[in-house]
Design a protein around this ligand. Structure first.
Ligand code: AMP
Length: 279
């Protein structure tokens, strides 16, 4: 696996290699990330992963400084998965000057749910992803990029960005990789104590319970409030637990199986976890 840090070196490494399949990450890689790499390998001429903890998408009080950085282990895992190129820009490689131009997604999609609780988050995500896409694809005429369904709203925002800017990039979704307990794998799970890790499975269970209850009928807002109260009783601080339409993440007029997704974000101890379930 070739490791490059600058955009120029990345483009040189990609020259003549066809259409890349690209997996952007913030590192601290787990099996979820690696499943994306496996999918990417089947859909490109050359497989590229990136590791970059993007300051633009963190709020001042969030965990940018403490975000787990596990460089050697990450390189070994990518190498073992057969990744061809690892793009690991330093901050000045990607942002040599203050990034004053930004990609601002539409509020209807990006200021709800995650964007409501993390203002500016999706602007930070879109701006870095646009930049990474330019670095990886511009000189190779497009390709495929793989994102996880774990970050459901992010996947939708990126798809819409690609569509609206007519980027020559196909976005592929990879299903959420989970631990045996049902807990969605996440770099932030590393913040959990053993006890919290056991408690953490309650988030995916709460989404399942909410999904089932919403199909039984009843008032959605009340069911959501009940789901949040149940999680609170188990020591969580939920930001939201909600049922939305898959098409636009708006509240459905009526719950119809096959078109919905339950999404949740909640803190256990100081750790904020997210998850979702299509149903
Ligand atoms: P991150 O490093 O958290 O920015 O994630 C990089 C990519 O991996 C994103 O597309 C995530 O959606 C995806 N990802 C993270 N966790 C999982 C998981 N448990 N299953 C599948 N994909 C995941």
């Amino acid at each position: 696996m070739q490791i490059v840090h600058t955009i120029a070196d990345l483009r040189a490494a990609l020259a003549g290699k066809g259409h890349p399949a690209f997996v952007p990450t913030m590192g601290n890689l787990h099996d979820g990330h690696l499943s994306l790499v496996r999918l990417a390998r089947q859909h490109g001429d050359v497989t590229v992963a990136s590791i970059f903890v993007n300051r633009l998408q963190f709020l001042p009080h969030e965990d940018f400084d403490s975000y787990p950085r596990t460089w050697d282990a990450d390189c070994a895992k990518l190498e073992a998965e057969g990744c061809d190129i690892l793009f690991a820009p330093r901050e000045l490689d990607l942002y040599p000057e203050p990034q004053t131009f930004k990609v601002q997604p539409d509020a209807a999609l990006a200021d709800i749910l995650e964007g409501h609780f993390r203002p500016g988050f999706f602007t930070g995500v879109c701006t870095v992803v646009m930049k990474l896409f330019q670095a990886v694809f511009a000189t190779n005429g497009g390709g495929v990029a793989v994102f996880g369904q774990k970050d459901y709203q992010q996947l939708m925002v990126i798809r819409r960005m690609v569509r609206q800017f007519a980027l020559p990039i196909e976005i592929m979704a990879a299903p959420t990789a989970r631990a045996g307990s049902g807990l969605a794998l996440s770099s932030r799970n590393g913040y959990l104590s053993d006890e919290q890790r056991v408690q953490a499975m309650a988030l995916s269970q709460a989404l399942k319970t909410l999904a089932d209850a919403s199909l039984q009928g009843g008032n959605l807002a009340e069911l959501e409030a009940q789901a949040m109260a149940d999680l609170r009783a188990q020591g969580w601080e939920p930001d939201y637990l909600t049922v939305r339409q898959r098409s636009d993440l708006q509240t459905p007029e009526k719950a119809q199986a096959g078109q919905l997704v339950a999404l949740g974000a909640a803190r256990i101890g100081g750790t904020r976890l997210i998850d979702n379930l299509e149903f």
